[in-house]
Design a protein around this ligand. Structure first.
Ligand code: ADP
Ligand code: MG
Length: 696
């Protein structure tokens, strides 16, 4: 029988392992470092390194690696063995405090957006003791931050850690004003729900587009899609169930609190939700989760697709980033309590998020901007590219009362009468679920739903942390001067809601009317990466990030460049893949099929010269016409790709890729899909959408 409690965290150097392997004094020092973020003394680091090594070797490890999250979006690792030569040709296993604390990977192969000059290739990885080390594939993995020789952040984790410090500072000021003297630390918490697709490995291997791009570039719609809504929460098929069981076990070993699993809306789409954790740990765990999902799928003859839009016309995948703030005494600052109208601290926090989201719509959009996510945002299934907030009926009533000064009658436990008498009456959820909002209040947390499924959540969270911290800081400045904090806070909440209420939208975000309404309200609608990213380096944003020491101007500019370049590179790879498939597979396949039709028509004539092979001739004409058109579209795409080489400005280049290359790819695809629909499945060179989506 599976002993989950025993297996949970067995691959992690967690608190239990630390207690067991570290001398008491060292354990205490390390805990202090973890809790207060103080630097670790090298002598202590030596003791910790030794203990970690002992634990790792006992658990089968032979190597160690600094595990970090460069701007590529995936995690990087470089493995060194513990061996150290001794006399007589023997080795001993060694690991020093210095090796634990600092690594020096060659930074030149990671994107840096011009920060790291080629002559200075060194980069440093620095141990993040707040995230536990773990063993993966025989290596002790040490979670680290990655920066350049001159100290600039080259990764996704450094700004996240900085933003957590900054929101801690500002939020502490606020709770102090409300008489909280016990709290010493406030952390942001995150529970990222991860969506993914599973497809059969054999089908995957026949598709260059999936192999090179992670998404299909061609593919006609299957006769059945998701219109019957019969997949969502449907019973899980045996092969998928086996995969999920295995996945849970693997995740638990790494101390990842995998909690819920279910089928998603689209066929072959599924979701895993963990129990929330402190943001940097949730981020590390989500990176690990994605890696483990891919590996586990392989064991089952499957491939896990994390791309935001693997199949056109079918729901894409996202990551619902559930975000809140909690004190080290265990209080969730976004918990409205029984009577939110009287809970001034909660209202202040709520108002700070409302203002932050309104003032920094651009940053939230930028935080989820990727080539993959562009296919999802605004495509009538994910939240739109317009950022707005949903706060639910109860809080809307509360805020109305704040604005009007009228008395608020707490809804309390409204009983919902279900029509069928046999069902027990249940307490109505205070906030009805709005599945279409990009930033929704869901009871005691905000759910940022625009994050792409393949993205590192660090980016979304360092942005949320920073923008909320900025407003909290300003609120604290104002309230610290007040004689009557409660009255001043009430007035502040009122003023804030008045000024920023345009960001609140409780209706259907997928409707056409909302797009027009949002424009009237003056909200941003940044449809794509090249539309959104140039705003990253605005004066407002430079001053925001430098003020809170989350990013320097140089870091910010380089990040913007890295993201824009990445966008162009991705579209370029997609275009080259589409051209390859079109020229090498699709054109030859359609030509052969046309030949087959012509031959069949000729054979019909030999049987009886009077017989008219109308079926074959019609189809032959249709396919020949389409093929001619297809070849023209190939030429257009070819030219578009070449044209990109002439544009050196990074932002203009990205815009060119969107407007010319991506557009040409879409036109090419439309013709291919039409041809696929008119051909025998045997003659088409790739597995169809139907066979990929419904075969597992
Ligand atoms: P749904 O899919 O209906 O939105 P789930 O229960 O699947 O809801 O996911 C909710 C997610 O929110 C879980 O990952 C959960 O751990 C997380 N969550 C709950 N409370 C908090 C909190 N205070 N801070 C951050 N995340 C939270
Ligand atoms: Mg959710």
């Amino acid at each position: 029988m599976l002993n989950v409690p025993e297996m949970f965290g067995s691959s992690v150097f967690n608190d239990e392992a630390m207690k067991k392997y570290l001398p008491k004094g060292t354990y205490k020092e390390l805990k202090k470092t973890i809790e207060d973020g103080k630097p670790l003394d090298i002598n202590i680091a030596n003791v910790v390194a030794h203990a970690m090594k002992e634990w790792a070797i006992e658990n089968g490890a032979t190597h160690y690696t600094h595990w970090f999250q460069p701007m590529t979006g995936i995690t990087a690792e470089k493995h060194d063995s513990f061996i150290s030569p001794t006399s007589g040709g023997k080795v001993i296993m060694e690991f020093s405090g210095k090796e634990l604390i600092k690594g020096e990977p060659d930074a030149s192969s990671f994107p840096s957006g011009g920060i790291r000059a080629t002559f200075e290739a060194r980069g440093y990885t620095a141990w993040d003791p707040t995230s536990y080390a773990f063993i993966k594939d025989g290596s002790l993995c040490i979670p680290t931050a990655f920066c350049s020789y001159t100290g600039e952040a080259l990764d996704k984790k450094t700004p996240l850690l900085r933003s957590m410090e900054c929101i801690n500072t500002q939020a502490l000021r606020i709770v102090r004003l409300f008489g909280d003297t016990e709290t010493t630390h406030i952390s942001t918490t995150v529970g990222p729900e991860q969506e993914y697709f599973l497809v059969d490995r054999k089908a995957y291997e026949k598709r260059k587009d999936l192999i090179y791009c992670g998404r299909t570039l061609f593919g006609a719609r299957p006769p059945k899609g998701q219109e019957l809504d019969d997949h969502y929460f449907g019973s899980i098929k045996p092969r998928v169930a086996e995969f999920m069981k295995d996945l849970d076990e693997e995740l638990w070993k790494y101390g990842i609190l995998s909690k819920t699993k279910h089928n998603e809306v689209a066929p072959a789409q599924h979701e895993m939700a963990p129990i929330f954790d402190t943001t940097n740990i949730a981020t590390d765990h989500n990176q690990l989760t994605m890696e483990i999902m891919k590996k586990t799928a392989e064991k089952h003859g499957l491939v896990c697709l994390l791309h935001e839009k693997p199949f056109a016309g079918v729901n894409g995948s996202g990551k619902h980033n559930n975000w809140s703030m909690s004190t080290n005494t265990g209080k969730n600052l976004l918990d409205p309590g029984k009577n939110p109208r009287e809970n001034t601290l909660f209202l202040v926090i709520l108002a700070s998020v409302i203002r932050a989201v309104d003032e920094h719509q651009d940053l939230l959009r930028i935080s989820v901007a990727s080539a993959g996510n562009d296919h999802r945002l605004g495509a009538n299934e994910a939240p739109p590219a317009i950022i707005s907030m949903y706060i639910g009926d109860e809080l809307t009533q509360v805020l109305r009362s704040v604005l009007s000064g009228e008395k608020y009658v707490a809804g309390g436990n409204q009983v919902m009468r279900t029509t069928a008498e046999v069902l027990p009456n249940f307490t109505k959820d205070t906030s009805d679920r709005n599945r279409t909002s990009p930033f929704a209040f869901t009871g005691n947390k905000f759910e940022f739903r625009s994050v792409g499924s393949a993205e590192n959540i660090a980016c979304a969270n360092f942005m949320i942390n920073t923008i909320v911290a900025d407003v909290l800081g300003d609120f604290a400045d104002q309230l610290e001067k007040a004689d009557d904090v409660k009255a001043a806070a009430e007035a502040l909440v009122k003023k804030t809601v008045e000024q920023h209420k345009r960001i609140i939208f409780n209706g259907n975000n997928y409707s056409e009317e909302w797009i027009a309404e949002a424009e009237r309200r003056g909200l941003l609608n940044l449809r794509s990466v090249p539309d959104a990213l140039p705003l990253y380096t605005s004066e407002k944003n430079i001053s925001l990030f430098t003020k809170h020491h989350v990013l320097t101007e140089k870091e910010l500019r380089s990040r913007c460049d890295v993201l824009l370049e990445k966008y162009s590179k991705i579209i370029n790879i997609e275009a080259l893949t589409a051209l390859d498939m079109a020229k090498k597979d699709i054109v030859p396949a359609v030509s052969s099929y046309i030949k087959e039709l012509a031959e069949t028509a000729a054979v019909v004539k030999t049987v009886d010269p009077e017989l008219v092979p109308a079926a074959q001739t019609e189809l032959l004409k249709k396919l020949t016409g389409l093929l001619n058109c297809f070849v023209k579209k190939i030429e257009i795409l070819d030219k578009a790709v070449v044209g990109a080489k002439d544009i050196s400005d990074i932002a203009q280049n990205a815009m060119y890729f969107k407007e010319h290359v991506l557009a040409a790819m879409q036109e090419l695809r439309a013709v291919a899909d039409e041809m696929e629909t008119n051909m025998s499945s045997k003659a088409w060179p790739y597995p169809s959408y139907g066979s990929m989506l419904f075969s597992v």
